[in-house]
Design a protein around this ligand. Structure first.
Ligand SMILES: NC(=O)c1ccc[n+]([C@@H]2O[C@H](COP(=O)([O-])OP(=O)(O)OC[C@H]3O[C@@H](n4cnc5c(N)ncnc54)[C@H](OP(=O)(O)O)[C@@H]3O)[C@@H](O)[C@H]2O)c1
Length: 271
């Protein structure tokens, strides 16, 4: 069914009319749709985890960042992205209990993951850092907001202690290796850390793991009017392809906003 367009000055909104089970979902009623039951599993005592969405700013050529070395400035930021889009990003940060990123994003960008305006409270910040390799000087460990560092049981105790000394809360999820067990982490964030709504900002390796584990309730893309180029650039989903080794995850279009030269697109699982 074609989308219905609403026009309001420079901002156009397209809402998909995917019949009424969306209305049922919004009313918290779920019949016969397995993914809806999964998402609302907490109603059935099956699984408690935060409502989780991915938010990514992507260039016209499908990149989220050029390949960079630590310390090299990230061009995909306020110098390139329109102020109203930065405001939208800030509003999304203000709407969640937690923001999650991978270690590489912290090592490259040294982000604080705080609100850009003074309004509202900063969400909790969560970093996936299986072996506790984050520098204790990382800005995300500053006292502006609570920081949770997710490690595996193999993280060396002395490195964990240094991060904890900076005031971070350590959550252990997964017994072995560099990669945190995300399903276990989601349950702990919900039950032990009070995170009911979570935004995942990246990067591509984290999105790959989250999609693979079926942990996204929404994928939000901000399609930006610039081209990054480069065969080594970072894409929204990195590492191994889903094909041919597994099932290609599919999504259905939920919402499109046109904001000047940008598209703000939301997809939900189950295409
Ligand atoms: N445009 C945007 O919206 C946007 C937003 C955020 C980030 N970015 C960009 O994304 C780039 C970084 O992306 P990236 O793919 O290189 O790295 P990343 O996703 O930021 O971090 C991945 C790292 O996190 C650690 N990790 C621990 N448990 C994990 C798990 N279960 N799944 C996945 N990772 C886990 C691993 O570190 P180890 O391997 O070291 O153990 C892994 O290599 C940067 O250039 C950043 O600027 C763009």
């Amino acid at each position: 069914m074609p989308p219905i367009a609403h026009s309001k000055g420079r901002k156009n909104s397209f809402k998909c009319q995917s019949f009424s089970y969306e209305l049922l979902l919004r009313a918290n009623i779920c019949f016969f749709e397995p993914q809806a039951i999964f998402r609302r599993g907490e109603l059935f005592g099956v699984m408690k985890r935060p409502y989780t969405f991915m938010l990514v700013a992507v260039s016209l050529d499908g990149k989220i960042s050029p390949r960079r070395k630590p310390g090299q400035a990230n061009p995909v930021g306020p110098s390139l992205i329109a102020p109203e889009i930065m405001d939208l990003h800030n509003a999304q940060r203000a709407s969640v209990d937690g923001i999650m990123v991978g270690l590489k994003s912290i090592q490259l960008d040294d982000s604080r993951l705080t609100l850009r305006s003074e309004q509202g409270r900063n969400p909790k910040r969560i970093v996936l850092d299986g072996l506790a390799e984050m520098a204790p000087t990382a800005r995300i460990l500053n006292p502006e907001a609570e920081t949770i560092v997710a490690v595996t049981a193999e993280a060396p105790v002395e490195r964990v202690a240094k991060i904890r000394e900076r005031g971070a809360r350590i959550v252990v999820a997964g017994r072995r290796g560099r990669f945190v067990d995300l399903t276990e982490l989601m349950a702990k964030l919900y039950q032990e850390c009070g995170i009911k709504r979570l935004m995942v900002e990246g990067g591509g390796t984290v999105h790959r793991s989250m999609i693979s584990a079926g942990l996204y309730d929404e994928i939000q893309l901000i399609v930006c009017p610039f081209v990054i180029g480069g065969s080594q650039s970072v894409t929204p989903v990195q590492r191994a392809a889903f094909w041919p080794g597994g099932t290609v995850p599919t999504f259905r279009l939920d919402h499109v906003d046109v904001l000047g030269d940008y598209l703000y697109v939301t997809y939900k699982p189950g295409g």
